[in-house]
Design a protein around this ligand. Structure first.
Ligand SMILES: NC(=O)c1ccc[n+]([C@@H]2O[C@H](COP(=O)([O-])OP(=O)(O)OC[C@H]3O[C@@H](n4cnc5c(N)ncnc54)[C@H](OP(=O)(O)O)[C@@H]3O)[C@@H](O)[C@H]2O)c1
Length: 311
């Protein structure tokens, strides 16, 4: 069987996307074949297209990118349990996988979840790459507990806005950094204080925190050590641990990578129950032109929430 896919032949800018008919590989035992209904723009997909990770995992060209996926299951591998043909699922496709910018995509069961009927497709399209890292950073690495104080950098971003809500939901006190423009919306999501990163220095405003989640890096990462209590935790999604600063401030510094249990079903339930929201700022068609325009829009604008691609 073949599919029409949006491929790139080499690394570069968003003009690289083009259509091509591609053979769909045979499913491995724990894989699902998905008829794609949607995907989203993530900074990771843009970095992959640009070749930022080409030394770590070189793409086999032509490559189908697109990490987030939502759609219907049309075929299942021989060892799949708990999923049936016709189920609506969302999930995260690995960088060298058969990606979501396509009519059909291949999703591993370990990175999938069924989508509840009351969740709109555009929300499900952006849940995986926002909620899985947010959950893993807060709870698997960060070990956040009820009653603790957490600072989440980049609160208006896809991961940050999800992390604010997940942390608030378990009864943590949440501080965040973002543009003032988004302060009201982020307070509604559960931030008790929003620090405007353009005009305020968070390291002068906060202290004695239990956990910092860093989605920004650079000086934001380095200055985060100062606001933690002794034996506090710093989880960065973008910076490898700075051992010198970790020793100086007696902080446990960690980088988000590695394998954790997939929390996506838990997040789907929270969204279905109205306890977690995902803000979709803009939608584009999942076509060559749509992917290009959506990625350009994301790069040229200060997006609050997500840019989504729909069939
Ligand atoms: N390690 C992992 O497994 C993993 C997983 C997922 C994501 N990531 C990485 O995590 C980062 C965030 O991902 P995302 O999807 O949330 O990106 P995003 O949706 O683009 O959000 C980034 C946010 O950061 C804000 N920001 C920029 N500079 C800031 C600063 N100095 N202080 C506070 N906020 C600032 C931006 O706000 P403005 O628009 O107002 O500037 C924006 O809201 C990306 O670099 C991504 O590649 C890593």
């Amino acid at each position: 069987m073949q599919t029409n896919a949006i491929v790139i032949d080499g690394y570069g800018d968003s003009s690289k996307f083009r259509d091509q008919m591609i053979d769909i590989p045979e499913l491995k035992p724990k894989q699902l074949l998905i008829k794609v209904a949607g995907s989203s723009v993530t900074p990771f997909d843009i970095a992959v297209r640009e070749g930022v990770f080409k030394n770590d995992f070189a793409l086999d060209m032509p490559a189908i990118t697109g990490t987030d996926v939502v759609g219907k299951v049309v075929d299942i591998g021989s060892a799949i349990e708990g999923y049936n043909i016709g189920d609506t699922v969302c999930g995260m496709i690995g960088v060298k996988g058969f990606g979501a910018y396509s009519d059909y995509a291949i999703l591993g069961q370990s990175k999938a979840a069924k989508v509840a009927d009351n969740i709109p497709v555009e929300v499900a399209a952006a849940l995986p790459m926002t909620s899985i890292p947010a959950y893993n950073a807060l709870f698997d690495l960060g070990q956040l507990k009820s009653g603790e104080k957490v600072l989440i950098h980049g609160g208006a971003g896809g991961v940050g806005s999800m992390a604010i809500q997940l942390a608030n939901n378990i009864g943590a006190t949440v501080y965040t950094t973002a543009s003032d423009l988004n302060a009201k919306a982020l307070k509604q999501l559960g931030a008790s204080r929003v620090i405007d990163y353009h005009t305020e220095k968070f390291e002068e405003e906060l202290s004695d925190l239990d956990l910092v989640i860093d989605t920004v890096g650079h000086y934001t990462y380095k200055n985060s050590f100062e606001v933690l209590k002794k034996n506090g935790r710093l989880v960065s999604l973008v910076e490898e641990p700075d051992d010198r600063l970790a020793a100086k401030y007696q902080v446990d510094a960690m980088y988000l990578s590695g394998k954790f249990d997939n929390p996506l079903s838990k997040v789907v339930k929270l969204v279905s129950d109205g306890k977690v929201k995902l803000n979709v700022q803009q939608t584009y068609p999942l076509t060559v032109v749509g992917v290009k325009d959506a990625q350009d829009y994301y790069e040229d604008n200060h997006v609050f929430g997500k840019v989504v691609l729909l069939k």
